[in-house]
Design a protein around this ligand. Sequence first.
Ligand code: AMP
Length: 146
Amino acid sequence: MERTLVIIKPDALSKKIVGKVITTFEQKDFKIVAFKMVLVSREKAEEFYQEHKGKEFYEPLVNFMSSNPCLVMVLEGENATQKIRDIAGNTDPQKAEEGTLRELYAQDNRHNILHAADSLKSAEREVKFFFSENEIHHWEGKIYKK
Ligand code: AMP
């Protein structure tokens, strides 16, 4: 089982499509193992996106991500990192495959409703960036049975 980090970005909250995003992940059999609402500070957003520092979209990206709250979550499932990126679709909604979340709901490559870690290494770093180990739930053997 793999864990990955997803950020539901401020535009998804203002569009009131959070439920649709989460339902999509649940229907694909991913489990939520951590979840919280965060108003990411400018400093935190700069640190999170440090690999993009100097690129022309860096400043507006940091501004956007720290403008209003995000929902951050850890999802667990088989091959989670790659599968969730596939479900999200291309960063640019104009290029996103049909039926992907970004094709359906994103406005442009900044207001693109969610972030999904792009590799196992990033997933590990990003989960730790937002959550401590005791904030992550371990479902094994604790699932309610009807
Ligand atoms: P990534 O680290 O690849 O997930 O990129 C982080 C975020 O930066 C993306 O989700 C976009 O919102 C933004 N981004 C990436 N490339 C561009 C671009 N060419 N123009 C504007 N925003 C971008």
